[in-house]
Each structure stands twice: as structure tokens, then as C-alpha cells.
Design a protein around this ligand. Structure first.
Ligand code: SF4
Length: 437
């Protein structure tokens, strides 16, 4: 059972039935205010008030820290609602995932939408903004990427943006409704770029100080760099696996799948939340899509965030020039999103690059499949993306609201209303409606 205090701090009480807290009443307290930091940069003009939430929403927020949140659920075995059962598992076999992936489309959509409702508020969709802070000139050979020096594309390399320019962009993104700001640099790895790294740490502190969730994607990281980023206030690190281990060497040859997994482990060990997903349209088979989801769903901890991208074919890149790659359609996207939602039910699934090529109705299909985040702004690194205004109109049309920054997800309304049956490790079963008294 959960309880709420009447002040601005939320107290969650839960009877934890696990190894560490067997049958003890555990109490957690979390601050509802964003962590503010103003070290190193001029922030005054950018610090805005925390995104307002309704009292109801504040009452039903779970801890933001994913470890705290998962602790609350350690005793939980599975959930079921309307004939659909789901659980957070790490022992999925490829065959089990392939079976889900291959369900008739209508059945897959029913199951994923039901799982989504058991764990999330389906009307809450996070808006994120991705800014390229250092564009082009990358020595890697990713065959989809416009920023590689190995491909002749429209992209001209630019130096790293100034800290103040980045903070201004973050402030604009916040004003437009974003609650997560991601900074990307076209590098193989952070390596020995000391000056640039110091500037990035300043950017992280500054964006964190605005109350936004801060994410970076800077290529490969070592453990010490991950630690410093965490200390500066980094919320999440994006490092995509792109595709299955088997197909990966057909797409990238300058670094290995294991290199990617090592960076993800460094990020996880530093206590930063992991954002890791893939791209559809790289010439992969359906078995590679299942293979990617299998790697993600069998990591020791599921990524808190899984972006699903559709290839934006850029002229001059090997994949952009290849004539024999089928275009990714909305059904392909929805099938992968739905499978991700079912096998990683507590993960944010982000509808990412390629959104511009899908109609509003097609995007709705993807939200219905379980996507609960989009990237907004007219650019995603170097490729086009829907404008802020178009997304506002889409949100209004679909009845969505944005997810506040630095606030854990809501207790799913279906759970709050007692529609979700929860089975605990001990075998007990209950219809649970959290109490906020
Ligand atoms: S995807 Fe990243 S690592 Fe690969 S070429 Fe582009 S910028 Fe470099």
C-alpha cells in the first residue's frame, strides 16, 4: 500500500516481501522538486519553474530513481488484466520473443496496448529534444549515418557548440514542452577530449539546473567518464545497439557489438539510466529485429528507455544509395514497438527518427502499440523532424499530455482503479488500488 504525505514530499510505503526486506514495512521519501545546479554557467535567465502537475498526478507518482522504483516491485511476479499477463523478466528466449513478434497484428496490438495500460498512463507521452552539439567529421563507418567522414553527404563538420548556445537551445526546448534534453556529438568515443569533455560537463550541469532530464550520446565512454557525467547531473546516456549481433557487422565495421555493450555496462555501473535501442531499415531480416529485442530484454537490467528509429535514408550513405532496401512502414514500426512493450513493460519506448515520414494516424498506431515518448523539434541531429507546433496539434488531437521531467512515471490509472491483478512471489494475488492518504 502507498501513502502520500500532505506536504511537498511524497512518501511511499510498501510491504516488501523480498530477500532484503522480508515482510517489513518499508518507507521511501522522495523530493518532488527537480534537483537544481548552477555550477559553472550563467543560468538565471533560463531557470524556469518546475513543470506544473496536477495534485492528482503528484499523488500518484512513483519514485524517479529506477532502482527505488524497481525495489518497490521486487516482490511482484506478474500482472494481469483483461486476459493478458505480463512481467519484468530477463530470461526471455529468442523463440518466446519471436512468438510474440509473429502474433497476428490485431492480437499483438491488443496485448501490447493492455500491457501498456497495466504499467503506464497511456495518455502521458514524454517530449524530448535532441541537439547535435558537434556535427559531422566522425571517423566511424556506420552505413546509415550522414556524419561519417567515409560518406559524401550534405553534412559539413562543425566545431563543438558553445556552452551558452546549448543552454539557450535547451531553454527553448523546455519552453516548447520538452522535459528531456539530449546532446549528441559525432564521435567514435569521448577518448582524451579533455576540453570538450569539460564543456560537456558544464552543459550537463546547466541543463540539469533547468529542471530538465539530461541525456548525452557521445560514443564510447569509459567508467571514469561515466562517473563524472553522473556527478554533473546526467540522467541518461544513449548508446544504441542498432540491430542484432548477427547483422551488426553488415552495418558497422569500425567497432564491435561488444564495444557497445561495454559502454552500456559502464553507464549502468555509474548509476546513469540507459537509453538503448535500434534502427529499422538497415537491410535486416525480421529475425534481426527479434534478435535486437532479445539482447535488450535479457540485459541484467532492462534499459529504462528504448528508442525505435526508422532509417532516414541520406544520399551519399551506403544505405541511402542502396536500391534494394525496403522502406520501413508503420506496421513494421508498430510490431517492433509492441513487442518491446510486452517484453520490457516498465521501459519507456521512444518513437524516434523517421517520424516525419509517418502520418498522424500511423503515429497513433505506434502510440497504441506502446510508444510513450517522441523527439520533437525540427531537426534530429542532421535529419528533419516534425515542428514543435505540429506535435502540439497531434497531442491535442490524441488527448496526450507531456511527462514532467524528473518525476517517476504515474501509477498506471488501471492499477489505481484496481483493474490490475498482481501476483506476488509468495503466490498471493490481489486487486490493488494504491491508497494515497
Ligand atoms: S552514428 Fe555516430 S558513431 Fe556512427 S558515424 Fe554517425 S556519428 Fe559516428
Amino acid at each position: 500500500m502507498f501513502a502520500r504525505s500532505t506536504c511537498s514530499r511524497l512518501v511511499l510505503r510498501g510491504v516488501l516481501n523480498n530477500g532484503r526486506n522480508n515482510n517489513k514495512l518499508a518507507t521511501r521519501t522522495l523530493s518532488m522538486a527537480p534537483q537544481a545546479s548552477s555550477q559553472g554557467v550563467v543560468l538565471d535567465k533560463y531557470i524556469a519553474q518546475p513543470t506544473p502537475t496536477t495534485t492528482q498526478q503528484q499523488q500518484q507518482r512513483l519514485p524517479n530513481d529506477v532502482h527505488d522504483r524497481n525495489d518497490l516491485y521486487e516482490a511482484e511476479e506478474e500482472r494481469s488484466m483483461a486476459g493478458v499477463t505480463a512481467s519484468v523478466r530477463h530470461d526471455w528466449t529468442k523463440e518466446e520473443i519471436a512468438e510474440i513478434f509473429s502474433l497476428p497484428f490485431h492480437e499483438l496490438m491488443y496485448r501490447s496496448a493492455t500491457v501498456h495500460r497495466m504499467y503506464w498512463d497511456p495518455s502521458e507521452v514524454q517530449q524530448c529534444t535532441l541537439l547535435s552539439i558537434k556535427t559531422g567529421g566522425c571517423t566511424e563507418d556506420c552505413s546509415y549515418c550522414s556524419q561519417s567522414t567515409r560518406h559524401k553527404t550534405f553534412v559539413k563538420p562543425t566545431p563543438t557548440m558553445k556552452v551558452q548556445e546549448v543552454l539557450e537551445a535547451a531553454a527553448r526546448a523546455k519552453e516548447a514542452g520538452s522535459t528531456r534534453f539530449c546532446m549528441g556529438a559525432a564521435w567514435r568515443e569521448l577518448g582524451n577530449k579533455k576540453n570538450a569533455f569539460n564543456h560537456i560537463l558544464e552543459m550537463v550541469r546547466g541543463v540539469n539546473g533547468m529542471g530538465l532530464e539530461v541525456c548525452c550520446t557521445l560514443g564510447m565512454l569509459n567508467a571514469e567518464q561515466a562517473r563524472q557525467l553522473k556527478e554533473a547531473g546526467l540522467s541518461a546516456y544513449n548508446h544504441n545497439l542498432d540491430t542484432s549481433p548477427e547483422h551488426y557487422p553488415n552495418v558497422i565495421t569500425t567497432r564491435s557489438y561488444q564495444d557497445r555493450l561495454d559502454t552500456i555496462a559502464n553507464v549502468r555501473d555509474a548509476g546513469i539510466s540507459v537509453c538503448c535501442g535500434g534502427i529499422l531499415g538497415l537491410g535486416e531480416e525480421e529475425s534481426d529485429r527479434v534478435g535486437l529485442l532479445h539482447v535488450l530484454a535479457t540485459l541484467p537490467e532492462h534499459p529504462e528507455s528504448v528508442p525505435i528509429n526508422a532509417l532516414v535514408a541520406v544520399e551519399g550513405t551506403p544505405l541511402g544509395e542502396s536500391g534494394d532496401i525496403d522502406r520501413v512502414d508503420a506496421f513494421d514500426m508498430a510490431r517492433v514497438i509492441a513487442t518491446a512493450r510486452i517484453v520490457m513493460p516498465r521501459t519507456m519506448v521512444r518513437l524516434s527518427a523517421g517520424r516525419l515520414s509517418f502520418s498522424d494516424a500511423e503515429q497513433y498506431l505506434m502510440f497504441q502499440a506502446g510508444a510513450n515518448s517522441i523527439f520533437n523539434g525540427d531537426k534530429l541531429l542532421t535529419t528533419s523532424n516534425p515542428e514543435f507546433d505540429e506535435d502540439q496539434a497531434l497531442f491535442a488531437k490524441l488527448g496526450f499530455s507531456g511527462k514532467p521531467a524528473h518525476k517517476g512515471p504515474l501509477v498506471a490509472p488501471a492499477e489505481a482503479q484496481g483493474e490490475v491483478e498482481i501476483t506476488h512471489v509468495s503466490g498471493s494475488s490481489e486487486q490493488r488500488a494504491p491508497q494515497f492518504a
